[in-house]
Ligand binder design. Structure first.
Ligand SMILES: [Fe+2]
Length: 196
């Protein structure tokens, strides 16, 4: 069955949709092995399973032609020197794209293809980001307040988290002396890269 028309409000006070079907919360415990400073991660997690980010999904049928959309709220913070970030994923249907519209906060999107190409794009209020088909994506909060993004992608895209869970992204976003710093991820498998 196709989705019937609907509308909702997305207002600057909170940017939480006036209606949603799914509220996903991901804490530190869901990011095992993802932060480069493993000892810092273990110490933080022992103290508290801090909430890293929340996704408010407006569900539509998961089939081609429909568009899944919602809001991601990524909270500020860091594990050691590495900023809070989302799990990151490829789309299961690799040939599907995604659009992000940044509503509040500051950060960036780390992206890469299965062939090892990589890109980092800055996010700030009013910024629109196009993630082309084949590009895995992870958002990172480099600021001091919530990073809030509206997202939109084909409803049949699906999520492949496994590849990223195994080796992370090729690039890490760390706290540097003058703000954020992009560094190489030592865990990333160079055997899979075709260009540098
Ligand atoms: Fe996505």
């Amino acid at each position: 069955m196709n989705q019937l028309p609907f509308a909702f409000d997305l207002l600057p006070a909170t940017f939480i949709p006036s209606q949603y079907d799914n509220h996903i919360k991901r804490g530190l415990s869901s990011m095992k092995g993802q932060f480069s400073e493993q000892q810092e991660y273990a110490i933080s997690l022992e103290k508290e399973d801090t909430l890293l980010y929340e996704v408010f999904e407006i569900k539509v049928p998961e089939k081609a032609g429909e568009l899944m959309h919602g809001i991601t709220v990524l909270h500020p913070g860091a594990v050691g020197q590495e900023y809070f970030m989302t799990k990151g994923h490829f789309h299961e249907e690799l040939e599907t794209a995604e659009v992000y519209y940044c509503l509040d906060g500051e950060g960036c999107m780390v992206m890469e293809t299965p062939e090892g190409e990589w890109a980092v794009e800055m996010l700030y209020p009013g910024r629109v980001l196009y993630v082309p088909p084949r590009w895995a994506h992870r958002s990172v909060n480099t600021g001091g307040r919530d990073l809030v993004m509206f997202f939109l992608y084909p409803a049949n895209a699906g999520h492949d988290y496994g590849t990223i869970e195994r080796q992370g992204f090729r690039k890490l976003v760390m706290k540097g002396e003058d703000g954020m710093q992009i560094t190489d991820n030592p865990r990333w498998n160079p055997a899979e890269k075709v260009n540098d």
